[in-house]
Design a protein around this ligand. Structure first.
Ligand SMILES: [Ca+2]
Ligand SMILES: [Ca+2]
Length: 137
């Protein structure tokens, strides 16, 4: 009888500890989710993004493909906030499409690499002023 009471007490104490730990983790998760995002973009199925300094002012811009192939440019203002500057490119949309930015032709301006989701990757050369031309190579 005493042994049974002791076991019951141990089990209850363990459940209480687990409950407290669970609540603590839950409140930490809530705290994390209440942190504001670095930038708020339009959500979209298959959305992807890339960041690079497209205009040469040493501050990276953010390109956001909403998932429908429409690529929007977000530029940081002097308050440190990114604002939508409008659509700068239309890509072929597709499930699993991704986008990356790097200087592929060595001219100092970041270009855009776009995997349209079917494994076919296309290069868009930066010609300046946020304009990009699809490379035939
Ligand atoms: Ca820039
Ligand atoms: Ca380039």
């Amino acid at each position: 009888m005493t042994m049974r009471k002791t076991l019951t007490s141990i089990v209850l104490a363990g459940a209480l500890v687990l409950g407290v730990v669970g609540c603590k983790e839950g409140s930490q998760n809530n705290k994390q989710s209440s942190n504001p995002p670095y930038i708020q973009l339009d959500g979209g199925y298959g959305a992807t993004m890339a960041a690079a300094d497209f205009d040469g002012d040493n501050i990276p811009e953010i390109l956001h493909n909403r998932g429908d192939g429409k690529v929007f440019l977000y530029k940081r203002n002097n308050l440190g906030q990114y604002t939508n500057q409008g659509q700068i490119l239309q890509l072929d949309g597709g499930y699993g499409a991704t986008m990356a930015a790097a200087d592929f032709n060595g001219d100092g301006k970041p270009d855009i690499l776009h995997n349209r989701g079917d494994g076919k990757v296309f290069l868009y050369i930066n010609t300046g002023d946020y304009k990009f031309v699809k490379s035939s190579e």
